[in-house]
Design a protein around this ligand. Structure first.
Ligand code: ATP
Length: 198
């Protein structure tokens, strides 16, 4: 089974593209959702987070997201520490999930594929590219966030051009090129590639 990553910056349209692949019958692992679940369910990870960020990291048995994001939002070094705890567990969980899938290929959707090193476990990576202004506008609308809040989140991510240059395939999610035909075309290519995959 071929393992394909799907990435892009905030508001680029990763989740939108992932949903189209799902409609085509391709299973998708959503790394952000999985990480949130694992921070609650994985006992070892819970202990590591508590040891590193203090007992307040969990309240009433569940992750205290407000407390933890209050810490890592202001301090990029602390965010890196949290990511270093969460990413290996999520990568391992995605691997287990991938092994169970029966389709010709399966997708892992994640904002931080290259930053987390999870590209090492993938056979190809799809990048979703949208112009910065459009990403800002779409994210503001989706999250009810201000321009400044979106920019602050964007500035913490890897440069988009650099990220796209590392992808095997790039989908253009702008206002002129239609997204669905691009996904259909890529799905055809991936099915062919998967058929020859050993
Ligand atoms: P994040 O990293 O923040 O989770 P994302 O890359 O998963 O973002 P999406 O949530 O898929 O991005 O898209 C951002 C917003 O833009 C959503 O509200 C989505 O519906 C909208 N959007 C994405 N692509 C298009 C498109 N081609 N046409 C119209 N709206 C779109």
């Amino acid at each position: 089974m071929m393992r394909v990553g799907l990435t892009g910056g905030i508001g680029s349209g990763k989740t939108t593209v992932a949903r189209i692949f799902e409609l085509l019958g391709i299973p998708v692992y959503y790394a952000d959702d999985a990480a949130k679940r694992l921070m609650n369910e994985n006992q070892e990870l819970r202990e590591d987070i508590q040891k590193t960020f203090g007992p307040d990291s969990y309240a009433g048995g569940t992750l205290n997201r407000a407390y933890l994001s209050g810490i890592v939002f202001r301090d990029p070094a602390k965010l890196q520490v949290l990511n270093a705890l969460v990413h290996p567990v999520t990568i391992a969980d995605a691997e287990t999930w991938m092994r169970k899938q029966q389709s010709p290929y399966a997708i892992k959707e994640a904002a931080l594929i290259f930053e987390s090193g999870s590209d090492a476990q993938l056979d190809a990576v799809i990048g979703v590219y949208a112009p910065t202004d459009l990403r800002i506008r779409r994210t503001m609308e989706r999250d009810g966030a201000s321009r400044e809040q979106v920019l602050a989140r964007m500035n913490r991510q890897m440069n988009e051009e650099e990220k796209m240059a590392r992808c095997t395939y790039v989908l253009q999610n702008n206002e002129t090129e239609l997204l669905i035909p691009q996904v259909l075309e890529l799905h055809g290519q991936l099915m062919q590639r998967a058929a020859n995959f050993v």
